[in-house]
Design a protein around this ligand. Structure first.
Ligand SMILES: [Zn+2]
Length: 91
């Protein structure tokens, strides 16, 4: 039982790294240019990014504040996180 759970977690992490696959995402990411990556990136609301990455929302915002995660604030106040930066961070 424990073993199969580990495999699931590994697959989940793999999904983050292999940015071509987003089936595990709670919501569909939006495409858009990231000024930090200087290329097109996929964006997820911070809350969804937390679920996706397994990090707490607090940790997501901490990483936004220290510059680890690229972010953009939408006109409706929703903060979106660049998935490229999310995949590139250490767990
Ligand atoms: Zn980026």
């Amino acid at each position: 039982m424990t073993r199969s759970k580990e495999v699931t977690i590994e697959r989940h992490e793999l999904t983050i790294v292999r940015s071509g696959q987003f089936r595990a995402l709670p919501v569909s990411p939006q495409r858009g240019g990231c000024s930090v990556c200087e290329q097109e990136a996929l964006w997820l609301a911070a809350e969804a990014a937390a679920i996706y990455s397994g990090l707490s929302r607090r940790e997501i915002y901490r990483r936004i504040e220290n510059g680890t995660l690229h972010f953009q604030e939408m006109t409706d106040g929703i903060v979106q996180v660049c998935l490229t930066s999310l995949a590139g961070t250490d767990p």
